[in-house]
Design a protein around this ligand. Structure first.
Ligand code: GTP
Ligand code: MG
Length: 373
């Protein structure tokens, strides 16, 4: 651990407090900032005033060491801090255009869309691309992949890495997978993430799905606000970690396409507005036959636009690249191509999707979401 970040480098924090904090999963000065005074008091049992003092000291310490900016800063400094923002290429021209170069660090990017729209494939692709050197659009960084739905597939990582001419073994080695079994566990993983992020130079944190477990566990109207509060806590922590550690955070969120809604956006994020209000970027993924549509929603500085992309061996792909995939190309008849340009791999894709549809159909009748705000 960097010497400057040790808890006992703070004036007045001795071995007893250090132990109390590390027992509660707070391992360094950054963690103090990420958790905040209220939570520090709660998890360690120390007085709120003491916790506030320690967190303020931590903040001061990080300001002095230049790791975070002061509370009152000039726009020049904000501008400078923003210069540190790194971008991770998506490995495609179309999505890079949508994201204006790639997924940003110091930000939470929410990807929402219905089942099979490509959220998990997108996350897998980023987990590979972030490892590329900076000269090739990556950040030469590692990945913390919080897998809540057991949908992380190393095989997909291997095939994406190969498609991008990277050594699959090395790529796999730099992805730390944390399988979360329930929402409390999911939150705990993030609370304990500080040292992992530092030791492995993590530049991308994925929460796929950020919302699913919360949704599954908190059913019924009585528990909705409780769920939102807990989810809120998780998502805010994710966003603070992204800012503090200068890494990119990607949270996925499943939405249902609701054909019964006639006005406005026919889909709504399952997490209600908690996720949306915290995310810096929101992207909506939608199926369009074989292809996928990505739309930038609510970005502070991107125009609201849409691009088309495809899913394939290389994860998320440009349509042209997906269509000229070797092996499959010959099977495609010229006449069929003319009539149906969208049908590459349609058979295998539809099978997976219809299987998924059955899986999810029970959940899809859940109408609690309309209660949220
Ligand atoms: P949920 O998690 O169910 O909400 O869906 P999601 O948005 O995460 O969808 P996901 O990213 O899992 O995308 C699934 C789609 O990717 C399906 O249409 C799959 O057929 C396709 N897909 C997954 N792996 C491959 C692959 O190796 N090759 C190709 N061509 N397509 C794949
Ligand atoms: Mg998924």
């Amino acid at each position: 651990m960097v010497e400057d970040l040790r808890l006992d480098s703070l004036e007045g924090v001795g071995p007893v407090t250090t132990r109390k904090l590390s027992d509660a999963g707070v391992h360094n000065v950054m963690d103090l900032i990420v958790r905040g005074p209220v939570e520090i008091a709660e998890i360690t049992g120390m007085e709120k005033e003491t916790a506030e003092k320690i967190v303020n000291k931590a903040r001061q310490h990080l300001v002095e060491t230049g790791l975070i900016s002061r509370d009152f800063v000039t726009a020049t400094e904000v501008y400078k801090r923003r210069q540190d923002i790194g971008k991770i290429t998506t490995g495609t021209n179309c999505l890079d255009t949508l994201f204006d170069g790639g997924i940003e660090t110091q930000a939470l990017t929410e990807v929402y869309g219905e089942f099979g729209s490509g959220k998990t494939q997108f996350a897998h692709t980023l987990a590979v691309m972030v490892q590329k050197p900076k000269s090739e659009g990556g950040l030469d960084g590692g990945v913390l992949y919080i897998d809540t739905e057991n949908t992380f597939r190393p095989e997909r990582i291997v095939s994406i890495a190969q498609a991008h001419e990277m050594d699959p073994e090395k790529v796999l080695d730099r992805i730390i997978v944390a399988r979360a079994y329930n929402s409390a566990h999911q939150t705990l993983i993030l609370e304990e993430a500080g040292p992992v992020i530092e030791e492995n130079n993590i530049k991308l944190i994925v929460a796929d799905s950020a919302v699913g477990l919360f949704r599954a566990e908190y059913l019924g109207r009585g528990t909705l606000s409780n769920r939102q509060q807990k989810l809120n806590h998780f998502v805010h922590m994710l966003s603070r970690i992204a800012e503090t550690y200068n890494c990119a955070a990607v949270a996925t969120n499943q939405v249902m396409a609701s054909p019964d809604v006639f006005f406005g956006d026919p889909t709504r994020p399952i997490g209600g507005n908690v996720v949306a209000h915290t995310s810096t970027y929101r992207v909506y993924f939608k199926k369009s036959g074989k292809k996928r549509i990505a739309r930038m929603v609510d970005s502070p500085h991107h125009p609201e636009e849409e691009v088309l992309f495809a899913l394939g061996e290389a994860g998320v792909m440009d349509i042209e690249d997906a269509e000229k995939k070797p092996g499959k190309k010959t099977a495609k008849k010229a006449t069929k191509k003319d009539k149906e340009p969208d049908t590459v791999e349609s058979v295998e894709l539809e099978t997976v999707e219809s299987a998924k549809l059955e899986d999810k159909s029970a959940e899809d009748s859940d109408d609690l979401e309309s209660m949220e705000e």
